[in-house]
Ligand binder design. Structure first.
Ligand SMILES: [Zn+2]
Length: 245
C-alpha cells in the first residue's frame, strides 16, 4: 500500500528513487508536487473549468506527431516540457510543436534529478536547454518543469534567475508504465472532478516521450489525451500554462 505521500513520490521518481528518498520528511518534501516548503511553483489556480494538458519528456518522433494530430483535430493547445538533448536531435518536430501554437517549456537537457545536483550543474542543464529551444523556435522559454518533480530552493531559484517560472502539476498517473488509455483517462478524470469540486483548475501531466530513450512507446498516454479531450471539452476550457501566470 502506498500512502498519498508515497504515491506522490512514486509518481515523481519511480520505485527505486522512492526507496532511497523515503528516509526523511525533508526528502519527501523535495519530491512531492503538492509541497511548497521549498518555494512557490505554478501548479493550478482557483479557476474551475480550466484544464492544462502538459506533456513531458518529448519530443518523441514515435508519438509526438500523432499527439499533435489529435490536438489539432480538437483545436486544443497544450504545453510541452521538452528534454533539451531530444530537441537538439529533433528540431523539425520542435518547430512543428511551436508552429501549431503550443507552449514549449524547459525540462532540462538530460533529465537528471536536479534536487541532488549542484547549482552549476543545474544552471548548465537549464541554460543549454533554453538556448537550444530558443534557437530552434525563436521564442523565449518562460516555463520550467523539474525532471521527476525534484526540486530544492536552488533548483527553483536557478530557474527563476534564468527567467523561467517553475511548474509542477496536480494530476498525474503512472502512464509511463503503459496501462490502458482507458485506465489513464479514468484516473485523470477522477482528479479533474475532484479539483472541480474544490473550484480549482487541473494541471495534467502525460508523457509523450521517455527520459531513458528517444522513441519510447507512449501510445496509451497519447490516446488517453484524446479521451480526456473528448470527455471534457464540452464543459472545460483547455489552456496553456501562460494563461495562469
Ligand atoms: Zn520528465
Amino acid at each position: 500500500m502506498l500512502s498519498p505521500i508515497a504515491t506522490g513520490i512514486y509518481a515523481g521518481i519511480g520505485a527505486l528513487g522512492a526507496v532511497g528518498l523515503a528516509a526523511g520528511g525533508f526528502a519527501y518534501a523535495a519530491m512531492w508536487p503538492a509541497s511548497q516548503i521549498f518555494g512557490q511553483a505554478l501548479i493550478a489556480p482557483r479557476r474551475a473549468g480550466e484544464l492544462a494538458l502538459t506533456f513531458d519528456d518529448g519530443p518523441n518522433p514515435a508519438w509526438t506527431p500523432r499527439l499533435l494530430d489529435i490536438l489539432a483535430t480538437h483545436d486544443v493547445r497544450a504545453t510541452f516540457f521538452l528534454v533539451g538533448r531530444y530537441a537538439e536531435a529533433e528540431p523539425e518536430l520542435v518547430r512543428r510543436i511551436a508552429a501549431a501554437g503550443h507552449l514549449i517549456g524547459n525540462h532540462s537537457w538530460s533529465h537528471p534529478n536536479l534536487a541532488l545536483a549542484a547549482t552549476l550543474r543545474i544552471t548548465e542543464e537549464l541554460e543549454r536547454t533554453s538556448e537550444a529551444l530558443e534557437q530552434i523556435t525563436g521564442v523565449p522559454v518562460r516555463y520550467f518543469r523539474p525532471p521527476f518533480g525534484g526540486r530544492r530552493p536552488h533548483v527553483l531559484d536557478t530557474a527563476r534567475l534564468l527567467g523561467m517560472t517553475p511548474v509542477l502539476w496536480n494530476a498525474i498517473t503512472n502512464d509511463w508504465s503503459e496501462p490502458s488509455a482507458e485506465k489513464i483517462a479514468k484516473r485523470l478524470k477522477t482528479k479533474i472532478d475532484d479539483h472541480e469540486q474544490r473550484g480549482r483548475a487541473t494541471n495534467i501531466v502525460l508523457l509523450d516521450g521517455g527520459h531513458l530513450s528517444l522513441g519510447a512507446n507512449r501510445g496509451p498516454s497519447v490516446a488517453a489525451a484524446g479521451q480526456i479531450i473528448v470527455t471534457c471539452k464540452a464543459n472545460h476550457r483547455f489552456v496553456t500554462l501562460d494563461a495562469w501566470s
